[in-house]
Design a protein around this ligand. Structure first.
Ligand SMILES: Nc1ncnc2c1ncn2[C@@H]1O[C@H](COP(=O)(O)OP(=O)(O)O)[C@@H](O)[C@H]1O
Ligand SMILES: [Mg+2]
Ligand SMILES: [Zn+2]
Length: 260
């Protein structure tokens, strides 16, 4: 009696129905009918696909998706946590950039082209007078690339330099932490170059930042003309900035005054 039960559990009655290659997992599958040997469902016939890995793959994919979701959250968190950005630009996106004339359409298309051909190396310099949407487009680019999985950071240069000075004697994000984040990101937007008060200290800080990011993509914006920019900063910083950099000149009317 014991003998026959044991034999039964060890090898439930089974019948090979068919073998095929599963379309889902591309594994060789033996479809088998077996009879549940014991328990509340004893005697029930079930069909099992031995060799099929579809369930495993589904579980693994779900885990990866969850991981991606977490990473995306982490990228957004870091962007919001470390970026130094004016409130008026927080909501700026490519979608809410009004391209009411052909020139503005062209700027928007250039921003799109930069996103589409992003290689992690090419730099952009937006130059032109005040209020023409240079910073708006820079923020928009970082947001889009962040959605595509790149780590991005937006820093107003005057704010950054003030912040670094402050962290010498206050708690919060330290200079080292901020410089580490600057080094880490795939794309840095450095906003409002030329608006900072220029001293030997700011010049060497800027050099440190640019030097740390050699070979990585940066978007610069400035209200200065390139001649004035060259004048404003030292030769070394200027040539570093212009290395592998596309210049987009955005002269036009101040967006905030356009409606008046
Ligand atoms: N074409 C545009 N569509 C929508 N908002 C704009 C546009 N251009 C500028 N703005 C808004 O106007 C303000 C000034 O633009 P900003 O990008 O900061 O100018 P710039 O950096 O060229 O001095 C920002 O709040 C920005 O969001
Ligand atoms: Mg600006
Ligand atoms: Zn399968």
């Amino acid at each position: 009696m014991m003998e026959s039960i044991r034999k039964h559990i060890a090898s439930p009655e089974q019948k090979l129905l068919q073998t095929f290659v599963c379309e889902g997992c591309h594994q060789y599958v033996s479809q088998t009918e077996l009879i549940i040997p014991s328990g509340p469902r004893a005697g029930e016939r079930v069909v099992a696909n031995y060799g099929c890995r579809c369930e495993d793959i589904k579980l693994a994919e779900a885990a990866i998706q969850k991981q991606d979701h977490l990473k995306q959250g982490q990228r957004k968190h870091n962007f919001n946590y470390y970026s130094l950005i004016n409130n008026s630009l927080r909501e700026a996106t490519l979608e809410n950039f009004h391209a009411s004339d052909s020139e503005l359409k062209q700027f928007k298309e250039k921003a799109l082209a930069y996103i589409q051909s992003f290689d992690g190396k090419q730099n952009l310099l937006f130059t032109g007078n005040y209020g023409t949407g240079k910073s708006h487009l820079s923020v928009s680019i970082t947001k889009k690339l962040m959605e595509q999985g790149y780590k991005c950071l937006f820093l107003s240069l005057p704010k950054l330099l003030t912040k670094i000075k402050q962290t010498y004697n206050t708690k919060g994000v330290t200079e080292d932490e901020l410089l580490e984040e600057i080094r880490r990101v795939d794309l840095l937007a450095l906003d409002d170059i030329g608006a900072e008060q220029q001293t030997d200290w700011t010049t060497s800080k800027l050099f440190e930042i640019l030097d740390d990011r050699t070979g990585k993509a940066t978007i610069y914006t400035t209200n200065l003309t390139s001649a004035a920019l060259k004048e404003h900063m030292n030769e070394r910083n200027f040539s570093r900035m212009m290395d592998n950099t596309n210049v987009i000149v955005m002269n036009g009317s101040d967006y905030r005054r356009r409606s008046f």
